[in-house]
Design a binder for this molecule. Structure first.
Ligand code: CO
Length: 460
């Protein structure tokens, strides 16, 4: 019997994509025991933007959230998303911080860490992969999916092979923009499975452009082992395709899915009430649940397009949108075809706007583009325009090593600086990841405790 397994994303990516990661643990908690028994391959529940959101908006300790998941879901495989050397943010961290962060993530309950680099520069994921394996968890190597003349099937297969050699136990095709088409999914999965038949392969995509259900079907037909889906009331639009829908479709086709269908319904029923609340409060916008094919027309992800339009609007230049959209692929080519994901999508978009509005290309260059050309984000996928590099960097040589190699160790130093403010190594890591936000969180935590103590004393 052919088999396909499911990773449930309602707690992380669906939550992040549809309601800006604002789902509190109290909403999740009553259903976690059900989720534990539903039979998912894994439950994506931590990492990505959840960490920042816990500290910044929800007044939750992200580490405590993880321990709650572990306690309430003792059997399920708990999965997190990690941006390699950038951990959960967009800047590079020194190696000692990366190692500690992963060790504590695994110690607090994580089983699978999906690790990627926005540029697919594998030097930026190597340490994270090796540390994950050493800590006893499964490292899943993810390729950031995009299309360009340098992103060939051969290139992707090569990346996958290198990731398995590093120690990745599974491979994920990570299509953050939801642009992979059924044919591309079929061809890519076939090519990777041909080269690495023993390595489980995962497809992660989004419904943004409407391709996802078709692409998942073709991927599974080509041998994809695991698919990312979201409980149906948090599926569709900028989120993943629906778990129950794909379970029913694949089961009828004779695939063994390993899921308890009645548990899936209970889980979805639980989240429905909260989904309606989000719609009412405006946290969930109907637009986020709709299909938007502009990404296919313009070859830029949906989020990037709305950013471009917002930027032009503030400059009263929305009438230049077509020119900017023609300039965007040229800028991308000059920069060696970076995948258009954060932070590269912003970088390319702002540069295209600058080039059009200034009337002269690269007259104004952002400090991010300069840093990119210096190699601070990693190696570009294709050759960078040599004239441009010379124009911007002058005689300065771009980096040949990883940017992280230029960074001083930071964990012990920060721990000493924080003193009693940090109660454990996890606090130190929260602070290193998001200094101001963590500081406010620690302060608030202290105030709350003092209040409780006062209240208890008064009652006595
Ligand atoms: Co995603």
């Amino acid at each position: 019997m052919p088999k396909v397994q499911f990773t449930e994303t309602v707690l992380r990516d669906a939550n992040q994509s549809l309601i800006a990661t604002r789902m509190p643990i109290d909403v999740m908690k009553p259903v976690l025991a059900q989720m534990d028994r539903a039979g998912y391959y894994s439950i994506e529940c931590w990492g990505g933007a959840t960490f920042d959101s816990c500290l910044r908006y929800l007044d939750e300790d992200p580490w405590q959230r993880l321990r709650t998941f572990r306690k309430e879901m003792p059997h399920a495989k708990l999965q997190m998303l990690l941006r390699g050397q950038n951990l959960l943010g967009y800047k590079h961290y020194p190696d000692d911080v990366v190692v500690r962060f992963i060790e504590r993530s695994v110690a607090n309950g994580i089983d699978i860490i999906r690790i990627f680099d926005a540029l697919n520069d594998l030097r930026n994921i190597k340490l994270a992969v090796e540390t994950t394996v050493k800590a006893g968890a499964l490292a899943s190597g993810a390729i950031s999916y995009t299309t360009s003349p340098v992103h060939t099937l051969e290139k992707y297969v090569e990346l996958c092979k290198e990731m398995t050699q590093m120690g990745c136990g599974t491979i994920c095709i990570k299509d953050m923009a939801g642009v992979i088409t059924p044919k591309e999914a079929y061809d890519l999965v076939s090519a990777i499975k041909d080269a690495l038949p023993e390595t489980p392969l995962v497809l992660h995509t989004h419904c943004t452009t409407g391709m996802a259900y078709l692409s998942v079907l073709k991927a599974v037909e080509a041998g994809c082992d695991v698919i990312d889906t979201a409980s149906s009331c948090f599926s569709g639009g900028t989120s993943q395709p629906a778990t129950e829908t794909l379970y029913d479709a694949f089961s009828q086709m004779g695939y063994e899915c390993g899921l308890d269908r009645s548990a899936l319904k209970t889980i979805n029923d639980h989240f429905k009430g909260y989904r309606d609340e989000c719609l009412k409060s405006g946290l969930l916008k109907p637009k986020a649940m709709a299909t938007d094919t502009d990404a296919l027309t313009y070859k830029v992800p949906g989020g990037m397009l709305s950013n471009l339009m917002a930027q032009l609007e503030t400059m009263h230049a929305l009438d230049r949108l077509e020119e900017v959209l023609e300039e965007t692929p040229r800028v991308r080519k000059d920069l060696g075809y970076p995948p258009l994901v954060t932070p590269m999508s912003q970088m390319v978009g702002v540069q295209a706007v600058n080039n059009v509005l200034a009337g002269e290309r690269y007259k104004n260059v952002s400090k991010e583009v300069k840093a990119y050309l210096r190699g601070e984000y990693g190696r570009a996928p294709g050759p960078v325009d040599a004239d441009l590099q010379k124009q911007i960097l002058g005689d300065e040589e771009p980096l040949t090593c990883r940017y992280a190699d230029t960074l001083e160790p930071a964990f012990e130093k920060t721990k000493a600086e924080l003193g009693e403010t940090a109660r454990c190594d996890e606090d130190v890591l929260s602070y290193i990841a998001f200094p101001q936000v963590a500081e406010t969180f620690f302060q608030h935590r202290k105030e709350k405790e003092e209040k409780t103590v006062r209240f208890t004393i008064e009652k006595l």
